[in-house]
Write a protein that binds this ligand. Structure first.
Ligand code: SAM
Length: 247
């Protein structure tokens, strides 16, 4: 068993073995805000984007892949109501995360949470929007390609795939700058140098960021028209939000 390292106060994980277990689930909402710059802004931009892709017609469905503790779905429910349409389906592989999401959302007839591995050939029937925030990098690259293909195939005409991820820079020069800006952000959130390095070690082999160009290739191969229907809605050094519309 790998050595445990501290990543945020009493939160510990093993090197190369980051998992969204019970302890992470307990601390997730506070920890994610110290780990992802402008986390709340991204959430609110994604909900704003929904206004452009949900037209209150028929049984519209929004899927949130890697919904974690339900932050995004909570904001969507606050915006669109608790009865639907639209209906919201939150999917996550980890039961402790889903427990928090269910607690947070309570009884809403238009929300379902599902424990599943999004890389296991899932389908997303009737999707007007597929959202995935800070999750795709945990999916193996070959599975990510298949997942994006499935999303494209299942999206309704005019629907959108909206995702945000840690991304690698186009060049090593910028990668160095992005890294150091990111460390400074984490330090500004009160994380110690030991915790910043410790977290990086826990994510070894777990988090596999791609460049924006590599995501564009995956989107193109799936069928999205990158020149016409794909754009960046958020950028902060190594963090990127991308919206891809199916036409
Ligand atoms: C960084 S968190 C996501 C944060 C969340 N989307 C938000 O905006 O607050 C990543 C989530 O993806 C989930 N996850 C990782 N791999 C997954 C997979 N293969 N299938 C489903 N969920 C997965 C984890 O359990 C975790 O809850």
């Amino acid at each position: 068993m790998q050595e445990k390292t501290t990543v945020d106060g009493s939160l510990e994980q093993s090197e190369g073995g980051w998992t969204f277990d019970e302890q992470v689930a307990e601390e997730f909402d506070a920890h994610v805000r110290k780990s992802i710059p402008l986390y709340e802004q991204v959430q609110s931009q994604v909900v704003d984007l929904a206004d452009w892709f949900l037209q209150s017609e028929g049984e519209e469905k929004v899927y949130d892949l890697g919904c974690a503790t339900g932050t995004t779905i909570e904001q969507l429910v606050n915006r669109y109501g608790t009865e639907g349409p639209p209906s919201f389906i939150g999917i996550d592989i980890q039961a402790p995360m889903l427990d928090r999401a269910r607690e947070r959302i309570g009884d809403c007839s238009n929300v379902d949470f599902l424990q599943a591995d999004v890389s296991s050939h899932m389908s997303f029937p009737g999707a007007s929007m597929v959202i995935s925030l800070f999750t795709m990098s945990f999916v193996r690259e070959e599975d990510r390609r298949e997942l994006v293909q499935q999303i494209y195939d299942d999206l309704e005409y005019g629907g959108a795939f909206v995702f945000a991820e840690k991304t690698r820079a186009r060049s090593s020069q910028f990668q160095d700058i992005w890294n150091e800006e990111y460390w400074d952000f984490k330090a500004s959130q009160g994380l110690t140098e030991e915790e910043i390095i410790g977290k990086a070690k826990t994510l070894r082999g777990q988090l596999r960021p791609l460049t924006v160009a590599e995501y564009e290739d995956i989107l193109t191969d799936a069928g999205f028209d990158v020149d016409r229907d794909v754009d960046i809605f958020f950028k902060w050094f190594p963090w990127t939000g991308i919206v891809a519309r199916k036409r």
